[in-house]
Design a protein around this ligand. Sequence first.
Ligand SMILES: Nc1ncnc2c1ncn2[C@@H]1O[C@H](COP(=O)(O)OP(=O)(O)O)[C@@H](O)[C@H]1O
Ligand SMILES: [Mg+2]
Length: 512
Amino acid sequence: MTALVSEAANAFAFGPFLLIPERQQLLRHQEPLRVGGRALDLLTALVQRPGEVVSKRDLIARVWPGLVVEEGNLKVNISALRRLLEDGGDPSGYIETVVGHGYRFNGAVRFVACRAAPPRLPSPARIDNLPALDRPLRGRDDTIASVLQDIEDSRLVSIVGAGGIGKTTVAAAVARQGAAAFERGARWVDLAALEDPALVPGTIADALRDSAGPAPPARLRTGPGWDHGVLLVLDNCEHLIAAVAACADQLLATTRQVKLLATSREPLSIRGELVRRLPGLALPPEPSTWLAAQPPAAAQALSAAQPLTAAQALSWPAVQLLVDRALAASDGFRLDDTNAADVVEICRRLDGHALAIERVARRLGTLGVAGTLDHLSRRFHMLDGHHEGPARHRTLTATVAASHDLLCAGEQALLRRLAVFDGPFRLADAREIGGGADMAGALVVDHIGQLVAKSLLVAEARDGEMQYRLTQLTRAFAMEQLIAQGELDDVRHRLAVLLPSVPRPSSKDAAT
Ligand SMILES: Nc1ncnc2c1ncn2[C@@H]1O[C@H](COP(=O)(O)OP(=O)(O)O)[C@@H](O)[C@H]1O
Ligand SMILES: [Mg+2]
């Protein structure tokens, strides 16, 4: 290929790659690669000066104009580029680190013409980086509709709930359905793997830049340089909550068209946030609950009536998910009228928690329905063996442990002490049991608020009074902590003395 006149010299070729900065494209063997806008700008800066060391400061100034960013952002993008370029078969690496200085591009670069640049197609609903929804979604239609409405009404919507309850799944469905309403569609930012809060602004700016296409630079701080209609999904915010909240606040203040959908175990707690708490998947009501709601004569007739049939059970999303996953895992499982009530009971023990249902479903074929129920009554961990998915989802225990790790020591202490309640309790009960020499009553109230906010405690209004309960999953974990800390006997004793009317945990509970 010939060297070119200036207006046509708009691409760089090296090895099997072709970089076309104007179109923000990197091709390998003429196939476009998926690469973020920042990474592409970095590569362009390096490729334009092959063989020269480009300093970190120059690179940051070029790629993040007007922004104060940490070097970590640079490193993350360089690593992404290296992974991409090594796929091209150059194990020695095109990008060399020059310690203490910067980076150097090694490799022969040719300037080439790309005359036949196709016009960039308008993409009214870009959804290309949203997670795939490859399995049927059970329930949640109403929730999805509500969140879509929330997004129309507000620029920041947070889907909040316990780990594994189904937040990411709902957000992915919402983003898919809602993307068409945004000029640049929806863009997904998974924050799960990000550990350093200092990297949050750069990561979010990168996502905006990617959704913007080639034209405008992302100027998070100085706005209004970047302002296009896009739905930015910030998935898994809880471990970086303060940094995400600050960044979201700034973004909302400096743009007018960007909207945010966050998923988190606790709200961002900034102005304008609309919080949607996600409960477990819907279950048939407990027989005692709906019988109590019937007129006495009807209740008597109903209680004598047939238990739930398989068809009735299958009309509930929690049961649908359990059955979907059990059938996929083994052909040893069948839902029928004889086991429907037990299957519903399994879903109830799991509080309709989607991830827990998936895990348990895998064992149904081998343990059988009755066997699974029995295991669940004795030991949640029996159902933990699993080696797929993100680390925080790998076992049910890991899901709760990840939330537990984000608590302060006082909140952790209260959570484990609350494990002695085998059902709903009131704030006053929590004060008696949780409080002690090391925890004043006012602190207990504070901690309870935090545990609810962080989705470890369920708050429900019953008979005009707030009541609280731990899900079975959280309670099993908290009980284990109580035993490990050697506090079980003491807290059980306090329960017996201070609240004699509250049932004491059975030895079965203590063994979990
Ligand atoms: N409504 C649903 N229908 C089917 N599967 C679901 C549903 N909600 C969650 N799941 C499954 O449960 C698991 C946990 O869901 P996820 O959305 O990742 O939870 P979270 O984001 O709250 O931690 C995933 O494997 C997901 O596929
Ligand atoms: Mg998630």
